[in-house]
Design a binder for this molecule. Structure first.
Ligand code: PHE
Length: 352
């Protein structure tokens, strides 16, 4: 072993090892090949021994080279071993072209309903509202009784209710939080209350048995219908565009007096009439009204000292209108093909 080892001989050994490993059809043959190359008496050991024939100054570099070679061959061996142990799929994977670009890991995005809620919250926070919440599983008292729906009164029929027992139910609206909040806070107050609500309805493109509402409540001295109109109009223009118009139609809710439904001008036809607005030029967006004196009394407020307005809007409906979604059930479907369409907007967003 007097002849000086050729540096490129290293590559040659690696190639032979790779070939031997690739040709090994089972783990036994592979093991023989391993011993031949990196076993204690294998080629690498023999090569290392030849270090004695080198001049001192070349020895460290040579040692490094041979150690690298050993690592390389060990890597090739492990790979092949993995492929042989884990079957054909694994083998395909490892024998794939390593220069191909990688596959991007799937990253999620904010659900379209949460995007809508985020945007709506920003608008109301800007007007001085703060956030309040209440339970999904609610007492009959807060969902109905305190809101001036008497027991056995037909007004309850407007909200097909999932009862858990006589006194406990799944809230059919976010309005119970009005009373819960007023019981704990003194006026003035200005809150929005987003949350899930439940109704025992047959599902169809515009009805689901659970959906999202957002309540608004503003109580102070001398709050008037004009204030309601102002805040609703401001919100609608900030959210849908500054040319949107808002109108109020008389309506009935047991817990507001007077009560109204608010419509916005159809954003699709701008009021001239189209299929989206049912040819009326207007789209209903929320229920609203002045807080009923009975509700104030139930919450411990003096109705002679304070007035207030409340409104409730369907977040699913707002999302459907804004993004042209044709079936409310898609919002609960977890169908990525649907959900992904809305992710571009939240790419890179930090979720709080
Ligand atoms: N809670 C009512 C509903 O679900 C909406 C509403 C809220 C109406 C507040 C008036 C005031 O239909």
């Amino acid at each position: 072993m007097s002849e000086r080892p050729d540096r490129f001989g290293v590559d040659e050994i690696a190639e032979r090892a790779e070939k031997a490993f690739a040709e090994a059809a089972d783990l036994e043959v592979l093991e023989e090949a391993r011993v031949r190359f990196i076993g204690r008496k294998g080629e690498i050991t023999t090569l290392l021994r030849s270090i004695g024939s080198l001049p001192d100054e070349e020895r460290p570099a040579f040692g490094d080279l041979v150690n690298d070679l050993r690592e390389r061959i060990l890597g090739l061996y492990e790979r092949r071993k993995g492929a042989l142990s884990d079957g054909a799929a694994e083998e395909d994977y490892f024998s794939g072209d390593p220069t191909l670009p990688g596959r991007r890991a799937l990253s999620g995005g904010r659900h379209v309903l949460h995007q809508v809620l985020r945007d709506i919250k920003r608008i109301f926070f800007g007007m001085g509202y703060s956030l309040a919440e209440g339970p999904d599983v609610e007492l009959d008292y807060y969902n109905f009784e305190a809101l001036n729906f008497p027991a056995d009164h037909p007004s309850r029929d407007t909200q097909d209710t999932f009862y858990i027992n006589r006194d406990i139910l799944l809230r059919t609206q976010t309005s119970p939080v009005q009373v819960r909040y007023m019981e704990k806070h003194k006026p003035p107050l200005r809150i929005i209350v987003p949350g899930r609500v439940y109704r025992n309805e047959a599902p169809d493109p515009s009805h689901a048995s659970e959906f999202l509402q957002m309540e608004g409540l503003y109580v102070d001295r001398n709050v008037s219908l004009a204030d309601l109109r102002n805040d609703v109009t401001y919100f609608v223009r900030a959210f849908f565009g500054s040319d949107a118009k808002v109108r109020f139609r008389p309506h009935f809710f047991p817990f507001t007096e007077p009560s109204a439904e608010a419509d916005m001008s159809c954003f699709a036809c701008r009021g001239s009439g189209c299929p989206i607005c049912g040819k009326t030029g207007w789209i209903e967006i929320m229920g609203a009204g002045m807080v009923h004196p009975h509700v104030f009394r139930n919450a411990g407020y003096d109705p002679d000292a304070y007035t207030g307005f409340a409104f409730g809007l369907g977040l699913d409906r707002i999302a459907m209108l804004k993004y042209g979604i044709d079936d409310i059930r898609r919002l609960l479907s977890n169908d990525l093909r649907f959900l992904r369409q809305f992710w571009a907007e939240t790419a890179g967003e930090v979720f709080e």
